[in-house]
Design a protein around this ligand. Structure first.
Ligand code: GDP
Ligand code: MG
Length: 231
């Protein structure tokens, strides 16, 4: 059941990363954790490296000097290192509850190919502008999958999901051009490459408020998302 690797892309998440890794470790003692960092300058890397010295299952993937920076690029780089049967992708800012990781892995153990955590609510509410943007992008993403005959689910833009490692690696290997490396929406890119018969499970969760650090989302991510739609 705990044969999974948790991939956490980070950019300046020092305020939450220790707590997140601690909670994951106590819930899933044998899980592997890869923090894929794009050159944080707030001590995130040093913190994770320090934890990794005590805990051999925690690895820092330091991408500071890579040519392409981006959330999707970071997830795909970490995926290459994964040797477990399943991988789970989640944010490093504690907006994705660690308890849900077990439910996602459980769905895969039960036979699903991909398990997606979808927002069943937003803790504390979101500004209207952010909600509207998110809804619009969701409709675009879901329509794209429908047009292409790809599998879909409730939140095709979720950043919190799990997949069979071989399925995910094969998708990237066969369709590298489908992945928008600077983008935020690696799940959408993955779904685009999969046949409609793929079994997708859905698990609800409440999206937490970001309590520390800053959201990195901005205009260049909107541009990356639009590129992702035409890839
Ligand atoms: N490696 C990497 N991680 C990123 C990048 N941009 C954001 N992240 C991480 O991806 C996760 C989601 O980002 P966040 O800004 O919280 O997005 P939001 O929750 O949609 O506002 C967090 O763990 C960020 O630290 C990036 O360019 N590279
Ligand atoms: Mg966030």
């Amino acid at each position: 059941m705990e044969d999974f690797t948790i991939i956490i892309p980070t950019l300046n998440e020092r305020a939450t990363i220790t707590k997140l890794i601690g909670e994951l470790r106590s819930l899933y003692p044998s899980a592997r954790i890869i923090v894929s960092d794009d050159g944080s300058n707030d001590g995130t890397r040093e913190t994770v490296r320090r934890i990794g010295r005590r805990d051999g299952k925690v690895l820092l993937l330091d991408r500071e000097r890579r040519e392409v920076h981006g959330l999707t690029a970071s997830v795909l780089d970490a995926l290459r290192l994964a040797k477990t049967e399943f991988v789970v992708v989640m944010d490093g800012d504690m907006q994705h509850p660690p308890e849900v990781v077990g439910s996602l892995a459980g769905q895969l153990a039960g036979g699903a190919d991909v398990a997606v955590a979808y927002r069943a609510g937003v803790d504390g509410g979101w500004p209207l502008e952010r909600r509207a943007m998110s809804k619009g992008a969701e409709i675009l993403g879901a329509s794209l999958l429908a047009i292409r005959g790809a599998p879909s689910c409730r939140d095709v833009l979720s950043g919190f999901f799990a997949a069979r490692t071989t399925l995910f690696k094969e998708a990237v290997g066969k369709h590298p051009q489908r992945f928008e490396l600077k983008g935020y929406k690696v799940l959408l890119d993955l779904l685009k490459t999969l046949p409609r018969r793929t079994v997708i499970a859905e698990v609800p969760y409440v999206f937490g408020l970001r309590r520390a650090g800053d959201s990195k989302i901005g205009p260049r991510h909107v541009a990356a998302f639009l590129r992702s739609l035409v890839r």
